[in-house]
Design a protein around this ligand. Structure first.
Ligand code: ADP
Ligand code: MG
Length: 717
């Protein structure tokens, strides 16, 4: 440590290797590194996983089952025994106080050591999780602190703060690191280093939310005092953690606010409203737009009118009518003599969008094009020419639209379907196909608003939170593989009523062949054995586009009644007469994928069904996913459950979104704090002219330190 070090370099004291800490030597260091801790700072932000109450001892008859408890007792009996059921040797100590008794058991032990430690009459403090197996309660492998006969209990409570008389932290451990050692290390750590942690939140924000200075927050979160409540601590709602979470989110949002400001500084196209095509379309529609559709359309119009480029995320559950909103936006651009590009994640989806857009644009006398991967050279050349000279108003395609060689006359709007397959880089490519065109990204993955604003930091978010009227709920049922005939019955029932069905097989990268085979064989079986009286189609990723198109068209027209497919239908397919979907090996799909798939049914006026058939054996996580599917149709709840099961790191590719790692905060659990921090960060960026004022200097330095290179990388363009 540098004596007389200024506050700015003071923080650098935290960026040193952990073995500078007393008590951390060459033997301990690797154990801490296993926990991902390398520097003093890492360790300071490695928070306890929970807390243990050692302020007073409970009476034995007051101990709560399934809870970590601390109590004082006297050994009444001590010795080896054999369990009645498994005939295993165990060591058992019976401990009592004036209120009752409890049994302590060891399954792995050194007998002489236990015998010596727990003679009858020995007083000790015991710590462990209480279990109830029968009338008598048990603790397996408890911790203990012996009490010498001359020790006074009250004195003991105040004698050693590492052991008693307070709320103690419980840390996550690794092999060879005990809880006792961990407590000692972190106690030492905050004694020596917490004071170097600096508070980087602007004072006015700190006051407004009554945030603790970082030093104090770190001290308290590791070593809580009487001002903190045990329940709050264990729920993660205490002031100390709250302050650290706020700090983390504030800097996360600060970076996002800066990126957004950068986007807004660019010049884009200010569209005007001509209503030349939008009003006629409105008149042609067989239904009225939902209120939610009208609201988001208003938001999109507002952006399109503004001179800055639009960067908007349109989020709506499957079937909520995003495509229609996108169509309206497209017409606004076309009214302004600009072209529109629609980018879809797969060929099938591109085709589907092409059909939808073309059916409306044809009626308005506008030209739609489809750019396909396997077009003939001649057809492709002619299409590219039409795009380049502006003859085509709206072009649909996969990523192929973004390739070199595709030149637009005047690209005014890019519509991107299904964000989670589409990275920041692709959006940037699209942007450079024109002079800062507006960009509208559509996603069906519903995620909490603040979360999506954070994940897609540089995008504004519009949410369609309402389905068109008249949708019937989808009944989801889980069948054991051996009970699949029940699912077949349901399918037959629907087919006989003139409806259509999907049967879906998962596609796993490594074994694409065998899955393909599974789908092919299944299609055979269905044709010859199970549904010989219906027309069955097969769709998989290895088919040629023309073949796929043919099958899809036949299905759309109702000529094929049962479509057996690998996951190519995952997104966007829209056949309202399909009322039942059976998903094979449903355990292999992720939650949002299942939700997407299920959204292919329930699109018409009829009641629909989703039948889940998991593999014979599947994991607990898969079980949880399947149950969520059965329980709810609410995309919002599904997204939350998904986040909960998978954890936020994996969700939607946080890394792809270019965000810094979160050490303390939890994007899902701490959403309220995230909202507040977001508001304050955006206001602060405004107020300080994008951190250009003198007081904002330390904030800016800290921002750069935390975001590193990501600040530029994440920015679009
Ligand atoms: P998404 O793209 O959000 O999954 P779509 O735009 O494909 O949803 O719409 C799903 C279905 O609902 C389509 O058949 C569409 O024509 C229909 N639809 C869209 N908006 C409405 C509305 N306001 N009222 C009734 N039906 C609608
Ligand atoms: Mg859609």
């Amino acid at each position: 440590m540098t004596p007389g070090c200024s506050s700015a370099c003071q923080h650098e004291n935290l960026n040193i290797a952990l073995d500078h800490l007393h008590g951390v030597g060459p033997r301990m260091l690797p154990k801490l590194q296993k926990l991902g801790l390398n520097t003093i700072e890492d360790a300071l932000y490695h928070l306890p996983v929970r807390y243990e109450d050692r302020r007073q001892f409970k009476k034995i008859n007051r101990l709560t089952d399934n809870q970590q408890e601390v109590f004082l007792g006297t050994v009444l009996a001590s010795g080896e025994a054999v369990t009645s059921r498994s005939r295993r040797r165990i060591y058992e100590v019976i401990v009592g106080d004036e209120s009752g008794k409890i049994s302590l058991k060891w399954f792995r032990y050194r007998k002489p050591w236990l015998q010596k430690r727990f003679p009858v009459g020995q007083q000790a403090i015991f710590i462990g999780e209480v279990k109830r197996f029968s009338a008598i309660r048990e603790i397996h492998h408890p911790d203990s602190e012996l009490i010498r006969s001359d020790q006074d209990i009250n004195q003991l409570l105040t004698s050693d703060p590492l052991l008693f008389g307070r709320i103690l932290p419980v840390y996550s451990l690794t092999e060879g690191l005990t809880q006792k050692q961990a407590r000692k290390i972190w106690y030492q750590l905050i004694q020596e280093y917490a004071r170097f942690a600096m508070t980087f939140i602007p004072p006015e924000v700190q006051q407004k939310y009554r945030l603790l200075p970082t030093t104090e927050a770190l001290r308290l979160v590791h070593w809580p005092d009487d001002t903190l409540d045990l329940k709050d601590l264990n729920g993660g709602h205490d002031r100390a953690r709250h302050s650290l979470v706020f700090d983390e989110f504030f800097y996360l949002e600060l970076g996002l606010a800066l990126k957004r400001a950068g986007v807004q500084l660019e010049e884009g196209i200010a569209f005007k409203f001509e209503h030349k095509f939008t009003i006629p379309l409105n008149k042609m529609l067989p239904f009225r737009l939902t209120e939610a559709q009208r609201r988001v359309l208003g938001e999109i119009k507002h952006d399109m009118m503004a001179p800055q480029p639009m960067h908007r995320l349109l989020q709506g559950d499957v079937g909520s009518g995003k495509t229609l909103v996108a169509l309206m936006a497209a017409l606004i651009a076309i009214e302004n003599q600009a072209q529109v590009a629609v980018v879809a994640p797969t060929e099938i989806l591109a085709e589907q969008h092409y059909q939808t857009f073309r059916s409306w644009l044809d009626k308005l006398g506008l030209k739609t094009g489809l750019l396909q991967g396997n077009m003939s050279v001649v057809a492709k050349r002619s299409l590219l020419e039409d795009i380049a000279n502006g003859d085509i108003d709206l072009i649909v395609g996969t990523h192929a639209v973004l390739q070199e060689g595709v030149e637009f006359h005047t690209l005014g709007l890019g519509i991107v379907d299904e964000q989670h397959r589409f990275g920041v880089r692709q959006r940037s490519l699209l942007k450079h196909k024109g002079a800062n065109p507006d960009i509208l990204v559509m996603t069906a993955t519903p995620i909490p608003r603040t979360l999506s604003m954070t994940l897609y930091g540089d995008l504004s978010v519009s949410i369609i939170d309402q389905l068109p009227p008249g949708r019937k709920p989808i009944t989801t049922e889980l069948f054991r593989s051996s009970h699949r005939h029940q699912a077949y019955q349901r399918i037959r029932q629907e087919l006989e009523q003139g409806r259509q069905a999907y049967i879906v097989y998962p596609l796993v990268e490594e074994s694409e062949k065998s899955d393909l085979q599974a789908a092919t064989v299944a299609a055979e079986t269905f044709t010859t054995e199970i549904f010989p009286d219906f027309k069955i189609g097969l769709l998989h990723g290895r088919m040629k586009t023309a073949e796929k198109d043919q099958v899809m068209n036949e299905f759309r027209l109702g000529k094929v009644q049962l479509l057996v497919s690998t996951t190519v239908i995952e997104v966007g397919v829209d056949v309202p007469n399909a009322t039942v979907m059976m998903i094979e090996h449903a355990d292999r799909f992720g939650l949002s994928q299942l939700h997407q798939l299920r959204g292919r049914v329930g699109r018409g006026a009829e009641k629909s069904y989703c039948l889940l058939i998991p593999s014979e054996h599947y994991s607990d996580d898969a079980r949880r996913r399947l149950h969520v599917m059965v329980e709810t149709e609410d995309g919002f709840r599904i997204a939350e459950a998904d986040l909960d099961i998978r954890g936020p790191g994996d969700f939607l590719g946080t890394r792809q979104a270019g965000l810094p790692d979160l050490r303390v905060a939890n994007l899902l659990k701490d959403q309220r704090i995230l909202e507040q921090a977001r508001q304050e960060a955006f206001a602060y960026v405004d107020k300080t002219n994008q951190l250009r004022t003198t007081d904002a200097e330390p904030v800016k330095r800290e921002l750069i330190r935390r975001w590193g290179g990501r600040l530029e990388l994440a920015a679009i363009g």
